[in-house]
Design a binder for this molecule. Sequence first.
Ligand code: ZN
Length: 287
Amino acid sequence: MTVSSGKSRSSSDQPPVVLAVGAHPDDVEINCAGTLKALQDIGCAIHVATMTLGDCGSKELPSDEISCMRRAETEEACRILGARYHYVGSRDFCIFNDDVHNRHTTALLREVAPQIVLTHSPGDYMLDHDNTSVLVRNACFYAPAPNYDCSRFGAAPALSAIPHLYYWDVMEGVDIFGKRMAPGFYVDVSGEMELKSRMLAAHRSQREWLRVQHGMDEYLDTMRNWAAACGREASAITGPPAGGKPGSADRTIAYAEAFRQHLGHAYPRDNILAVLLPSRVVGNADY
Ligand SMILES: [Zn+2]
């Protein structure tokens, strides 16, 4: 299992390179595709990675067949966005915070060399998501350490710095105890919903799977409904949007994606997304 190679490092005079890491195919599309599109529109190179190929995402097909199908679906979704796709190399329900996964994930970070990383939030509903969150958090910290050897999984050198790390919303916005996990801020993606929907629709195998497993018949509608709920939360926030003009707080936001920034020791604490997308970021409460 090796990390796909990519050569899109940016120098300081170029827009940041962005990497979104989901546990499974479709996680990125559901949670942050609108924000990725907005960042791409200002010149950012976009990379999308999944820890697995979604090999348990079917009741009928064997794991190798559904993996093949879901890889093709994910690559199609990435083509729609114009993103480069990376498969890290794990399997469904087998994403663990162990040495091999940490070195794989760190090799991905070194290969892509992003300045901005987006991934699952800690405390999400399933441990594949939770563990991906921890692995990506670790990889952001480990990737600049030259003595951390990832040569089994990639040849790229250590990063020069820890990237900005963001967590997207937990599933249905609630933690495992059913409490709303308050976002730090929202990104207005009203103008990106058509593309976000087309990307999610590329995951054709999953609509049927989710209908059987989760009782969700309307794959796209569920995504749209949640983005609309985040839009209502964003619209309700008082105070001007970050970078917005005074008096501009009363706009209605149809669709939004919600995020929190990792602000622990050594990680960048400035909200680069608010700087890059000043008219879209709403509710900079934590900064
Ligand atoms: Zn998932």
